[in-house]
Every structure is written in C-alpha cells, then in structure tokens.
Design a protein around this ligand. Structure first.
Ligand code: F6R
Length: 607
C-alpha cells in the first residue's frame, strides 16, 4: 500500500518522480505528491487528490519553473489514516518547514508519539506520517543520519520512510522495517522505489534493503548502514521479466493479462515439467518432500486464498495428505498450535501482503517449516521463507489478480502431483495428467476465443445488482474466486456458495432480480448440481451456466458459456479464465476503471 519513489542525480527530478509514481500507482491511487529540491535547498512541492495524472497536471501547470531540482521524493497514497484530502497527502512537513518525508506503512504508536509532540507542534493532517515529520524535527541532532537512527528506535509498526532536509539538499535518508525498499543505480543518478518494476527501465542494477537498514544518498552515491555501521551489499542486475509490457492493442492491463494466461501458464511449468519425458523435475520440490511432512497448512489472502483452496483439493486427491487452508488475517486472530510435521505454505502474488507476512513471522518464531509461493522476485515473503518457488507470471499491473492466480494454481497442481508421485500416485496416472496438462494452454486459448459471446452475456447481466455463483468440490473455490473478481471489477454484489448449500438459507434471496451463475462441468457432481439449480429455476431465478462442450443437458439452459472438454479437475483453468472474461466485460459494461478498481490497492502492506 502506498508507493514511494525518489531520485538524486544530475537532472531535474520532477518528470522522473511522476513516471516512477505512475508505475507504483497500483499500490494506491487516492492521492499523490512530490517534493523536489535544488542544490541550494530551493523547494518545489506539489500535491493532488486523485490519480498520479492529477499530480502530473499540477506539476505541468507550473512548467515556467524551469529550475533544475536534482533531488526529490514522491508518494502515491492508499488512505489508511485520514480522509482522501490534500492535507493528508504526502510529503509531510516538519513544523519548521525543514524536513519533508514520504512513508509507506503504518506507525502503530503514532497516537502516543503525537500526544508527546502536541505541546510544541501544531498538526495539520490526520496521518500517522506527519507525526514522524515532527518527531524528526524534535530529535534533530545536527546529523540527519544519526537523527533517523533515533527516530527508528521510537517507531512501532512498518515503514519505508524517506526524508529530505532543505539544509542538506543533496541528501536523502531512508529507513526501513517490513515495508519494501529497493535502491537502483543508473547512469544519471540514484533511484529508490517500493518495487523493482518502477526501476526496471531506469536503473542498470538494484539492491533490496533488509529490515532495520538505512540508506543514505549523498552526492549521487548511496551507502547502506545497519546499526550505525556501513555495510557492503552486492547489487543485482535488472532482468527483462521485471519490465512492464506495453499495453499494445488491449484496452486495459487486466484484459491483456487475461489474454496472456496461456503463455503465463507455460512459463510457470517451464523447466519444472518435462512434457517429453512426462515427469516433474524440480530440485526444490525434491528437497522439500525429503523432509518429514505429514500435513500441509496453507496461509494466504484474497485471490491467493482461493487458489490455495483449489490447491488443498489437489494435495488431498493426489497425495492423500491432510491439507487445510486459512485466511491469513484469521490465522493471526487464532491461537497457533505449532506442529513440526506440518509444512506451512504461504502464497502471495506480491510477496508483501502484511497479513501473510505476519502469519509467517509467527510460524517461523516456532521453528516450523515455511514454504513460499510468490510472484515478485526478491519480495519479503520469498526472502523470509525456508524454501520457495516463484509463480513466474511476470509483472501483473491490473490491481485484480488474474494471470498470477492461474500461475499459482498451476504451481500448486505441480506440487501436489510431485508429492503424489513420491507417495501413492501411479506413474501411469502422473504421465496421463502431464499429457493432459500439455493441452491446457491451448484449451485456455480456445476459451479466450469465446470473448464476444461472454461479452454479450456480461452486458445482459450487468443490469442486476446482485448475483450468486455456485460450484461444488474444486469448483467451490473457483466460484469464490469468480465472485471476488466480479465484485472488485464491476462492484456488483456477488456471493459464492457451494451448490449444495443454497437450499440451507441463501435460496431465500433468489428472485427474477437475483440471477445465479453456476459452474457445472461434466463430472461426479454434475447431476446433483443440476438438481440444486432446478430449485433456483423454480423460483424464477435467471441462470447463467458455465458448462462443458460435451454437456448432456444443453436443452435446459437459456444462457450458457460452453468450455472446452477437459477432465473435471483440469477444467478449473478454463472455468477460471472464462469467469475472468465475464467479470472484465461486466465491469466494462458498467464503465468501471478495470485496472484500478475503487478503494483497492494491489500490494496490501497493512494488517
Ligand atoms: C484480488 C486480489 C487480492 C489479492 C490479495 C492477496 O483480485 O488481487 O485479493 O489476491 O490482496 O495479495 P497477494 O497475493 O499479493 O498476497
């Protein structure tokens, strides 16, 4: 949540800061601001409520100010403390107008700190961050670096926090605890960012900061400190995969990312499944299953939670291992009973989700085994985990996760099969599954060809305010994920139920104004689900069926999306993709901002 970006170098920083914020906007888009300084401490400050484009317009309207401001820090906000107003927008300023700060994270003890500072300072905002600006002023000891060491000691919470000082205009000091912080070196200076993607087309190399470290940028060079001592850290080279793709002919990144899914899935399996030999080949998994694992507990949030729920079905089916999934915020709320024979798996696209990260801290503190599945390379959860796999979905720009969820499901399936093949799964079954897996990317492409038909149905259903989504077995979490995507992209109230559960209460809501989407592949529960849905039809509820091409009761359906024939289990991929297209087109029909749905942010770094 919240993105921060900084530059110190030879050139004017304002355009660079705006461009950096544009990439980081997925982290929050309630308001944005920047402060830039020239060599003599002359200050350029601008803030705007709304998107980074609003800030860019404000900065543009002052272009007669052609001064070169070499040093600057910038912020895009996802509101946590205080309304979406100009006053609450970062940068925040000390009372003496000397220190400017931007912050990503939450200062949990800000109220306490504020009450101690109130006698000497007037506060203009409702934010936790302004308190830190005032704290810096009150602790200032003529040296910004040592002052920030003292400041860090007083803060409780999570922060990636940058400060500039009008009286030392070449210097930026940055402290970090839990929130991400990456430094990039480029020919024209030093860049700092909340993620690597914003640095990818600017810097040649980057360094990821660890907790409790501090970066000091002076004279276009940076130094890293830990507990007051300077430390050396090797930098890494920017990788092509960290660059954001061009949008091309797509109207949104969400659309592009859905259409990228066949390639993404191939990538997630590449080098891990040998399709010629029909074997799974992965050293990490081989080493993992050599450990004494008797149970699996999977911890995640949002879409990653639904992906995991599908994963649990796969683990139980292929390896007979007991597996359960827990929403990370509920894991935090519950009593943790450590079990040395349980493998705790943490699934996160961003690798930064605070609820997941905090759950992992609890598990690690009890010396239990942790495994991460993350998309963002080098992210906190990947670095904390004992072992991990990347989902290799590439940079996901749309705030609603799509291509990464499919990659996660692909990795989970691979893990379950890999464990299964070391346990009771027959070699011939593994080989058959791998043969079928090799066809899935093409079946997804075939599903995507249904776009125009799905769009027509989405336009029809976009006039309703409520919807149910029903599924059973693997398709219950698929229904959960589909309902989440419809909600967040279209803002239509959409609730997922197990098809068998509807009659136990929710059926009371069904009416001609309350349609139901049903996921019913040909399989074990096909007939039962049809019976359940007859109960909806009997109440004049409108029904949208997601069925297989070889469905035997097509005469029953007035609205249906027909999906390629696959085995029941593997049809989760095509069903998910069709539901993503449906959610996208619902949102487009309602003229929503699909890449940046209201109230949301992609990387949720607060609990
Ligand atoms: C929904 C969505 C969110 C995330 C959730 C967890 O489309 O993207 O529900 O899945 O915030 O995020 P990660 O996977 O980054 O931990």
């Amino acid at each position: 949540m919240c993105g921060i970006f900084a530059y110190a170098g030879d050139n004017d920083c304002r355009e660079r800061l705006i461009n950096g914020l544009k990439v980081l906007e997925y982290r929050g888009y309630d308001s944005a601001g920047l402060v830039a300084m020239d060599k003599n401490g002359k200050v350029f400050l601008e803030k705007a409520v709304g998107r980074v484009s609003a800030l860019a317009n404000e900065v543009d309207s002052r272009k007669e100010d052609s001064w070169t401001y070499n040093t600057g820090i910038a912020h895009t906000r996802w509101a946590t403390h205080g309304w979406v107003t100009n006053e609450n927008t970062h940068p925040h300023i000390s009372s003496n107008d000397r220190f400017y700060i931007v912050h990503n994270g939450i200062i949990e003890n800000y109220k306490e700190l504020k009450s101690g500072l109130e006698k000497d300072h007037n506060f203009y905002s409702q934010t936790d961050t302004e308190v830190v600006a005032k704290l810096i002023e009150s602790l200032y000891d003529d040296n910004l670096k040592t002052t920030m060491e003292q400041v860090a000691k007083k803060l409780v919470g999570a922060y990636s926090l940058a400060v500039i000082d009008t009286q030392n205009p070449w210097t930026i000091v940055w402290i970090k605890l839990w929130s991400p912080l990456i430094v990039g070196s480029a020919e024209d200076g030093i860049y700092i960012s909340s993620d690597v993607n914003a640095l990818a087309s600017l810097a040649q190399s980057y360094t990821i900061l660890e907790d409790h470290e501090m970066v000091v940028i002076e004279d276009k060079k940076y130094s890293i400190y830990m507990a007051g001592e300077q430390i050396e850290r090797a930098s890494e080279t920017i990788d092509e995969a960290q660059k954001i793709d061009e949008l091309g002919n797509f109207t949104s990144y969400t659309e592009k990312e859905i259409f990228d899914i066949p390639a993404v899935l191939k990538n997630a399996w590449s080098g891990r499944i040998n399709f010629d030999e029909k074997t799974i080949q992965n050293e990490t998994l081989d080493a993992l299953w050599d450990l004494d694992v008797e149970r699996i507990c999977i911890i995640s949030s949002g879409s990653s939670y639904y992906a995991w729920d599908m994963g649990c079905y796969f683990f139980r089916k292929f390896s007979g291992i007991s597996s359960q999934t827990i929403i990370s915020s509920e894991f935090l709320a519950d009593t943790f009973i450590p079990d040395s024979k349980t493998l705790y798996i943490f699934l996160s696209q961003s690798g930064e989700t605070a609820d997941v990260r905090e759950s992992m801290k609890i598990v690690k503190a009890k010396w239990c085994m942790t495994f991460g599945i993350v998309n963002v390379v080098g992210s906190t959860i990947a670095r904390m985990a004992d072992m991990w796999l990347y989902s290799h979905a590439g940079v996901e720009v749309g705030v609603a996760s799509t291509k990464n969820v499919i990659a996660q499901v692909g990795v989970l399936l691979l893990m379950a099969m890999s464990l299964g093949s070391k346990r009771d799964m027959q070699i011939s079954d593994v080989r058959d599954m791998i043969s079928e897996l090799s066809e899935i990317p093409d079946k997804i492409s075939e599903t995507l060809m249904q776009g125009p038909h799905i769009k027509k149905l989405a336009i029809k259903y976009s006039k309703y305010d409520h919807m149910f989504v029903l599924g059973r077995n693997y398709f219950y979490p698929v229904a959960g994920e589909a309902s989440l995507k419809c909600k967040e992209l279209s803002y239509i109230h959409c609730e997922a139920y197990s098809a068998g559960e509807l009659k136990h209460g929710p059926l009371a809501l069904v009416s001609p104004e309350f349609p139901t989407m049903v996921f019913n592949p040909m399989g074990k529960f096909y007939g039962k689900t049809i019976s359940n849905v007859q109960e909806v039809a009997a109440r004049e509820g409108l029904i949208l069926w997601f069925i297989s091409k070889n469905d035997t009761h097509k005469e029953l359906y007035s609205d249906a999306i027909e999906l390629p024939e696959t085995s029941e289990l593997l049809s989760v991929f095509t069903w998910l993709v069709s539901s993503y297209l449906f959610a996208l087109y619902l949102a487009e029909a309602l003229d929503r901002d699909v890449d940046k749905p209201r109230n949301l942010a992609k990387s949720v770094t607060v609990e």
